[in-house]
Design a protein around this ligand. Sequence first.
Ligand SMILES: Cc1cc2nc3c(=O)[nH]c(=O)nc-3n(C[C@H](O)[C@H](O)[C@H](O)COP(=O)(O)O)c2cc1C
Length: 301
Amino acid sequence: MSNLNITIGGVEFKNPVMTASGTFGSGMEYGEFVDLNRLGAVVTKGVANVPWPGNPTPRVTEVYGGMLNAIGLQNPGVDVFIKRDIPFLRQFDTKIIANVCGKSVEDYIEVVEKLSDTDIDMMEINISCPNVKEGAIAFGQKADSVYNITDVLKKHSRKPIIMKLSPNVTDITEMAKASEAAGADAISLINTITGMKIDIERRRFALANKTGGMSGPAIKPIAVRMVYQCARAVNIPIIGMGGIASSEDAIEFLMAGATAVAAGAMNFVNPYLTEELVDGIDRFLDSHNVPSVNDIIGCVD
Ligand SMILES: Cc1cc2nc3c(=O)[nH]c(=O)nc-3n(C[C@H](O)[C@H](O)[C@H](O)COP(=O)(O)O)c2cc1C
């Protein structure tokens, strides 16, 4: 057994494998397939200050190499999340990272303050969802807005915060640097890439929202490239994601400079994926005589 422990923002994780927000709920359904005790962390679905209904359907569709989604951050609101989801997850020996969304700075502040009084371990701030009209991505596409929201939320949060970055920008390293300068404890990337699909028989968009966020294996090379670029631009830890389908994929992200990895859309294809990533990373380190996962983080130059 190699040493799989990693540390992000002062929090110690038993291994670098996490779930990507919005693809694992709060682990309630997946708990039937996955032993949540084996995961480094469960990153929960985005939660806002009040319940959001999400976008009209259809809001998911398959495409070559992945899927498009335009869920629109449907969620039950932070009060239900605190009462129902946190106690569920606390039964397991895993870290809890709560993903936060909002339409205005005030929305984000309200959620961050409420979550600061719970026993979650960290918060991930979604400033990168392409599927809602107000908020979310609007905060994540300009370096000065990334700086401002990070700075404000750091002042209101009593938990370490991770800023989740959008790939829908010209230079993601500018957003990474702005997050770091404003005091973020870590960054995570990538969120989905805006795409579109047309149903040619119906002569209509496949999604009611017209556009959706692309995730799955087809986006992995873009994500690995962006993780590598950000790892060279900042000194705070990076949680890498985008198309991870196997432990080999996860190891690519670690070697590109991610301290941890998250599995998203491919959980829908293989609900056992997260546990398989833990086993596969461990086997790789053992068979290559690498004592600790930290020895391969950012090992390509
Ligand atoms: C159905 C679905 C819902 C998602 N919901 C959220 C969300 O609530 N908050 C968030 O930050 N990211 C959300 N994401 C983005 C994922 O966490 C992840 O960043 C992205 O899908 C890339 O990883 P993947 O290719 O492994 O899925 C969602 C993705 C999907 C497919």
